[in-house]
Design a protein. Sequence first.
Lengths: 213, 191
Amino acid sequence: MKTDELISMLATNADQVPALKVEWRFALALGIGLPVSALVMLLTMGLRSDFVQAVGGLAFWMKLAFTACMAGSGLILTKRLSRPGVKVGYAWLGIALPLLVLWLAAVLVLMEGEPPQRLGMLLGSTWNACPFNIAALSVPLFFATFWCVKGTAPTRLALAGAASGLLSGALSASVYAMHCTESAAPFIGVWYVLGISIPTLIGASLGPRLLRW
Amino acid sequence: MYRTSQRDIRFAENELSLRELLVSGLAGDAAAYRDFLKALSAHLRAYFRKRLLQRMDEVEDLVQEVLIAVHNQRQTYQSDQPLTAWVHAIARYKLIDVLRAHSAHGALNDPLDDELEIFAVSETDAADAKRDLGKLLSTLPDKQRLPIVHVKIEGLSVLETAKLTGMSESAIKIGVHRGLKALGAKIRGIA
């Protein structure tokens, strides 16, 4: 086909494009993925039994603040990586800074504890379930974010996949925080972070294959 | 001291007028959108010609592919974003795709049958010859190389080449003349 004919064809197919089309796609994906993930948590794990007391305490909100910061930064990163030619800029600091603060807090808490207690702080009572539960709850969110990014035009596929995975992992960790009773900074700093990194790494490895366009 | 070269001014004008056309196109103005695609295709053609010296036959395919990609992904353009950055990222993405496909294709398609060998040999010879010319050409500065590629290899007119490259017509003529002279000197140097 001649290029001029192609142009004419494309121009006749050019309807008006809604200004926030990509934003709506994100809203739709997360608006479905998040409730599904929460529903799976409620049905298979259940709310923590002391949920009402926990909501009144600081520890619950500190934990949620961390996962929400990661989710927010993950969303910003994913959106930037979904558009050709948009620089990531300093958005990665939104991941690095919360992590740094959390790990600093974890070190301080560990140093304050007596040496025999330290291992207990690190492992809590659910360390062997936590990362896998977060990864499991991230599955519906992972599908949602990948579907979302698939409809955009990422040019750095591994990074875009990692950012989508991170977004789903951080949201899933926020959901899991409604079930999990652990709140020690060392525990969150190891096992929550590990749980979030599982979908992130999977996203990075699947991105180049699944997000091509 | 603040200086703006003529090239920068022309670039900024292109960026602004193209962006205006695209934004109107996104709002549903089909005529503006057609003008945008037309102007864009000329820029893309120049961009890919510069980068696909050895595969001139694929330039037009790639131009069309990027036009389709731009069309399908036009919802990812934000009106406050530099249009150049957006288009360049798409063009680069598709160019890398083509180059990668080529390297994979070449590795997997070694001719095995003797019968086919004859054709394979002549084909590689042609490719080598092209590559040598490409190599020599690539040593020339742009103002000589582009006029030669467009006028002497692709057979465009001086006027078309001037439009495509943004150079003046007399600069094209001078570029062809000096470039051929320089190429001749280089070829004699090799022989």
